[in-house]
Design a protein around this ligand. Structure first.
Ligand code: DAH
Length: 347
């Protein structure tokens, strides 16, 4: 009897192993463990055995039955046949979902992009690893031009470049210290009339402190068309400033100097902290420098492939990072690239 049981067990295990699909498994289960199954029959026949044999065979038969049942259900699970009972306990507390935050720079940048789009400007991008030609030459700053020292530029050691021999071969490369090179790239690509803003990162070799960073953001703007004048320039920048602060701001215009614009101006706003009375933030002048700008120099238009006798234009350069600092009263510029969640979670 015991030998018979062992044989049955082997047989059953074999058919579990070779069963393909749920249906075959179920059939095999019925064949061995069903009401009229082979193992069940043995268990039923126990009562006819002698007392001494009954105990021993009975316990073996039970063990085999349990073992086979386990094998069957494991294989059925593998075949995906037995679905776990699932239910939703609606009384359990929910899991907190971590929310990401939009970087303050991105918030202001998108607002400005929308504002400029509404005035018919396109949004352009340009390379951050840029040539000396676009950063300086084409902006009316030939080699030796003193204005090149206005920014402390990071120059690139060409031997460190991956792409050494291709298009970069004859170029002096640098990390762009301003977004102005995209003025010329944009004009070359799109021709006149042309309206664009260029938000982006710029790099300068600065000693870092609460007010200075080597990496920060600017937004360049340029508009070229027939009969563009300083009046258009001032109107657009005023629109920009009012849009940015959400109210009419008091502004003033001063002369400035940048080689790529003539005339150059500086647009200031009345100090938002002391309302013009004078405080440390405005160095007691009552005004904050906000937007340097000017009429695009005829030479720069030419570099852009545009005839300065037919077209004129204006350009401006917003210190995007500085604007965001003013808007949200951020006192330390180093927070911007810190990745510090305590800072970012406030926006
Ligand atoms: N590129 C200048 C800078 O980074 C800012 C600037 C001044 C841009 C005058 C302009 C402009 O387009 O007209 O300091």
């Amino acid at each position: 009897m015991k030998i018979e049981l062992q044989q049955l067990k082997e047989e059953a295990l074999q058919s579990i192993k070779s069963a393909s699909g749920l249906e075959e498994l179920k059939q095999a289960e019925i064949k061995y463990l069903g009401r009229k199954g082979k193992i069940t029959k043995v268990l039923r026949g126990l009562k006819d055995l002698k007392e001494s044999e009954r105990k021993e065979v009975g316990s073996l038969a039970n063990d085999i039955k349990n073992e086979l049942q386990a094998e069957f259900s494991q294989k059925k699970n593998q075949e995906g046949g037995v679905k776990k009972e699932s239910f939703i306990d609606v009384s359990l507390p929910g899991e907190k979902i971590d929310k990401g935050h939009i970087h303050p720079l991105t918030i202001v940048q998108s607002e400005l992009e929308d504002l400029f789009r509404s005035m018919g400007f396109i949004v352009l991008d340009g390379p951050e690893l840029e040539s000396d030609y676009y950063c300086f030459e084409a902006l009316n700053m030939p080699k030796d031009h003193p204005a090149r020292d206005m920014q402390d530029t990071f120059y690139i050691d060409k031997s460190s470049l991956y792409n050494k021999d291709e298009e970069n071969k004859d170029l002096d490369l640098l990390m762009r210290p301003h977004t102005s090179p995209v003025q010329v790239r944009g004009m070359q690509k799109h021709g006149a009339p042309f309206r664009a803003v260029v938000p982006g990162r710029v790099y300068r070799s600065e000693v870092i402190d609460a007010c200075h960073e080597h990496t920060f953001d600017q937004m360049e703007g340029i508009m070229v068309d027939k009969n563009i004048s300083v009046t258009n320039l001032i109107a657009v920048i005023k629109e920009l400033i009012d849009g940015l602060f959400g109210q009419k701001m008091e502004t003033r215009v001063r002369p400035g100097y940048f080689p790529f614009v003539e005339p150059a101006i500086e647009m200031d706003i009345k100090c938002t902290i002391c309302q013009g009375h004078g405080c440390p933030s405005c160095k007691n002048s009552g005004w904050l420098e906000l937007v340097p700008a000017g009429m695009v120099h005829p030479k720069v238009l030419k570099y852009g492939g545009i005839d300065p006798d037919k077209y004129s234009g204006f350009a401006f350069g917003l210190g995007l990072t500085r604007l965001v600092m003013m808007r949200y009263c951020i006192e330390d510029i180093r927070m911007f690239n810190s990745g510090d969640l305590r800072f970012l979670e406030q926006f």
